[in-house]
Design a protein around this ligand. Structure first.
Ligand code: ZN
Length: 256
């Protein structure tokens, strides 16, 4: 091989090596970039604050009428049902991605019952629901009535038990296990639509400014004009404002 041919081969080899190195660098940057992007997304999700919206008791026809509205806002809801076994509604709700939680079989005030009655109302349904494939890991006290002893007992069977009297935002991790409060959206608790809207905006602002992911549990019973309902307008105000403020609707289970 002549000297100039030799140098051509060398040049070619150097060029090829350079091209390969460049490819490796590009690929590295691309995969590294994807990895960083994924980590970033997970981080975002972890930090995305939100609302845990629930409906208590048992108003299947009313609730089901609003499934499309919930979907429109990508809002997953927890329905705390008074039921001893999964009903048609439970099945329909589960198919739409909502959670079914326990609210006793007969809306009993657990603080007034014997041990045996407590078992029947709040613990016996667990096996029935779980056998039917429901996780059934969240419980809400009828009338918000609880004691420390009841919490201790029920937390042996449920991940989270929920009260009904306070507005308490929590960092997401807090919602994995234990007793949590919840704020009522019921019409009876607000003097006017303006007062409701101001309160919701105040809470959502706190949530959207939380640096770590934070959530606030809220609940009502049905959608309508009755005292123990939330009006359709008020519900849509919450859904709309939450969306505008980039807050997500979580079920209790999603946080456990
Ligand atoms: Zn109730």
């Amino acid at each position: 091989m002549k000297a100039d041919e030799m140098s051509k081969v060398k040049k070619k080899t150097v060029c090829m090596l350079a091209a390969m190195a460049a490819l490796v660098l590009i690929a590295g940057a691309a995969f590294g970039g994807i990895k960083r992007y994924r980590v970033h997304l997970r981080e975002q999700e972890r930090k995305q604050s939100g609302i845990v919206l629930a409906f208590d008791d048992y108003s299947p026809d009313n609730w089901e009428q609003y499934f499309d509205l919930f979907d429109e806002y990508d809002a997953k809801v927890t329905f705390f049902v008074n039921a001893a076994y999964p009903t048609e509604f439970c099945e329909a709700a589960r198919k739409r991605g909502h959670e079914i939680g326990c609210h006793t079989t007969g809306h009993a005030n657990l603080t007034e019952l014997t041990e045996e009655e407590i078992y029947e109302q709040a613990i016996a349904p667990i096996a029935v629901f779980r056998e039917a494939g429901y996780e059934f890991t969240t419980f809400a006290y009828p009338y918000g009535a609880y004691t420390d002893e009841l919490n201790e007992l029920l937390l042996q069977h449920y991940n989270v038990v929920r009260g009904a009297f306070k507005c308490e935002p929590h960092v997401k991790d807090y919602m994995k296990r234990g007793f949590v409060e919840s704020m009522s959206l019921d019409n009876a608790n607000y003097e006017s639509r303006e007062q409701y809207e101001a309160r919701i905006l105040e809470i959502l602002t706190v949530m959207s400014e939380a640096e770590e992911g934070a959530v606030v549990p809220v609940y009502s019973h049905a959608i309508g004009d009755g005292d123990w309902c939330v009006t359709e307008e008020n519900l849509e105000f919450l859904l709309q404002k939450a969306k505008e403020m980039d807050l997500k609707f979580y079920t209790f289970q999603e946080l456990q």
